[in-house]
Write a protein that binds this ligand. Sequence first.
Ligand code: AMP
Length: 285
Amino acid sequence: MKSFSHIKPLRNELNRLKAAQRSIGLVPTMGALHAGHLELVKKALHENEAVVVTIFINPIQFNNPDDLKNYPRDPERDLQLLNPLLRPHDLVFMPDVREMYPEPDTRTFNLGPVATVMEGAYRPGHFNGVAIVVDKLFNITTPDRAYFGEKDFQQIMVIRRLIELQHHPVSLIACPIVREPDGLAMSSRNIRIPGEIRPFAAIIHQALLSARSAANQLSPGQLVRQIREMIDQAPGITTEYVEIADELTLQPVAQWDQNTPVRCFIAAYAGQIRLIDNMRMRPPE
Ligand code: AMP
């Protein structure tokens, strides 16, 4: 693999690959890589002749300064994890903040209703910051395909909207959630969960599983209450929101409808660490 911290040499390399008609797969990450990221990379390797993995902690998508300050960073380990997977011609792009933002990017995207609910409501400015950095990464790398994880399901819907708005000629590939053995969705932030609380964080996944099994007997509102009660009784774990929403519009649903795929979305704190997760409720995936 070849790694770059500047746009110009990365572009030169990408131009060479494109001149040789190689398809390009992009995997954007914020580093502190785990098996969830690596599944995205493996899928991109399988489906593209060349892959670009980007590692950039995007400051403008953090609405909480402490979260940005404490976000795990381990670039050497990241490269060690990528090295055995990537082929000699695949690329890693690790820019610093000045490279990505030579001046502040003050654009506001009209991301529509998918960006105002849930994460959009609880993390003001987050999705606009995500849209700005992903727009830049699409412009820099002009990939054929871009790989995103369903752990951040709402983010996928926001990026679909961005692709439409900006006419990016890219196919978005959504990849399933990769979980720890106890069911907790893998996340770079998991290593920051205090040890005494960590075993209880599995309740989030357990609550999603039991909600899915009860979905034929209970209304969406009843399910939300059941999930909140189950999670909030676990020591150190507190729900921020639990929503049952139409998978395409992300708007909350009050009733089940046979023709509408419906998903449950959770944000919860494990100690001070904010976690998100989601699962299809109906119909079965
Ligand atoms: P991040 O580094 O957290 O910004 O994540 C980079 C990409 O990896 C995003 O598309 C995430 O949705 C995806 N991702 C993170 N965790 C997981 C996971 N547990 N399973 C699948 N994809 C994930």
